[in-house]
Write a protein that binds this ligand. Structure first.
Ligand code: SF4
Length: 383
């Protein structure tokens, strides 16, 4: 294991083995904390104070919450705890991208990624990509996480703590500018905890990242899109399309058999989007599968009338996958075709490739090694 260059655990963590009988406050929202304070005979504003300590400052030890009375801290210690994650591994790529693996209770591991944002001068700005499940049940053909299958859902506290822990390692002037729920898992399949974590992290007294700069990515759980937008007002939504026809998409994204493109795009059109917000459509480009100019034209036709932008992701390779990454020229030709049709289209730069930290490359290696590694059949463009 590479030496961790900065502390990710809270200072003097209050016991690495957390008492499971005590209520974990990490993951509770402000109203829930206020209700719990009421149970302890304290006024509701104590909930606001606890919220600011737990998420604003990332504190895990009640004894250091110094503006709370000693008596209140004693009551808290008897009944509750503030959970945190144990860092299992951390690696940095040459481009500054850092990947973390976290050990969860029960032995599962999840990964998250800190990504440098381009900046001409001034202190570093980062984006943070976190996981909502250990593994994933959706089985997308181009994604290493999908090979793991689903190990388990994460709690709201486990989701939020990935960010809070990484924030502990930032220098005094450094900031996280964006949070994306695009790591391991399908957030809408772990709806309640993902929504709660998104509300917590985008709260003005918590993560320092507004809902406008928090994006939740879904592979296309059409039936719950609008519900999620209502559950986390103002949140950015990214919908993974990856193909402009059901036959190709069905082979890449099995969930397409349940919610085909018509149903998914209808749900996108009906989203209660705030003014000036757009849906982001993600599109992984796979050479010879979905990256022809004709695919771009079909995609543009499908998206007509939806307030959106398209984010193109040249596929990030992993061993045993039956795909190839298209050349930069082919990617650019695809993008130009979309722009010609009147769409806003960008190409996401792959960061952290050498440490397998880019999109679709996150996985728990041990769990993966334990599963039968059956390489899926090659996916061709037209069946
Ligand atoms: S792309 Fe997302 S939804 Fe699909 S298998 Fe990977 S993690 Fe799951």
């Amino acid at each position: 294991m590479e030496r961790e260059p900065f502390p990710l655990l809270p200072p003097d963590p209050p016991g690495r083995r957390l008492d499971p009988d005590r209520l974990d406050l990490k993951g509770m929202e402000e109203t829930e904390l206020a209700a719990f304070c009421g149970e302890l005979g304290e006024p509701p504003y104590r909930g606001r104070q606890l919220f600011a300590w737990i998420y604003g400052r990332g504190e895990c030890a009640f004894e250091r919450m110094t503006d709370l009375s000693k008596e209140f801290r004693r009551k808290l210690s008897e009944r509750a705890r503030v959970g945190f994650l144990a860092p299992a591994r951390s690696e940095e790529a040459g481009d500054g991208t850092r990947k973390y693996a976290w050990e969860l209770a029960g032995g599962a591991r999840v990964e998250s990624v800190k990504i440098p944002m381009p900046r001409a001068e001034g202190p570093a700005r980062w984006a943070f990509c976190l996981s909502t499940q250990a593994g994933c049940a959706m089985g997308c053909a181009f994604c290493l996480t999908g090979r793991m299958g689903l190990v388990r859902d994460l709690s709201a506290g486990e989701i939020a703590e990935q960010f809070l822990a990484a924030r502990r390692g930032l220098g005094p002037e450094e900031r996280f500018h964006n949070i994306v729920f695009m790591g391991m898992g399908e957030p809408l399949e772990n709806f309640g905890p993902s929504a709660a974590a998104a509300r917590i992290l985008s709260h003005p007294r918590a993560g320092g990242v507004s809902a406008r700069r928090l994006t939740v990515s879904t592979v296309g759980v059409a039936s719950r899109l609008a519900e999620f937008a209502r559950a986390v007002p103002g949140v950015g939504l990214a919908v993974s399309l990856h193909a402009a026809d059901d036959a190709t998409r069905g082979r890449l994204v099995p969930v397409n058999r349940k919610w085909g493109l018509d149903a998914l795009l209808r749900a996108c059109r009906e989203l209660p989007l705030p003014e000036r917000r757009r849906v982001t459509f993600e599109y992984v480009l796979l050479q010879g599968v979905n990256d022809a100019p004709g695919d771009a034209r079909r995609l543009a036709a499908r998206l007509r009338g939806i307030r959106c932008k398209v984010n193109l992701l040249p596929w990030n390779p992993f061993p045993g996958a039956p795909f190839e990454r298209p050349s930069p020229e082919r990617v650019e030709a695809f993008r130009r075709e979309l722009v010609r049709a009147g769409l806003t289209a960008t190409v996401r730069q792959s960061k952290g490739l050498p440490i397998r930290a880019a999109c679709g490359q996150l996985a728990d290696d041990e769990r993966l090694a334990g599963r039968a590694r059956k390489a899926p059949a090659p996916v061709s463009a037209r069946g």
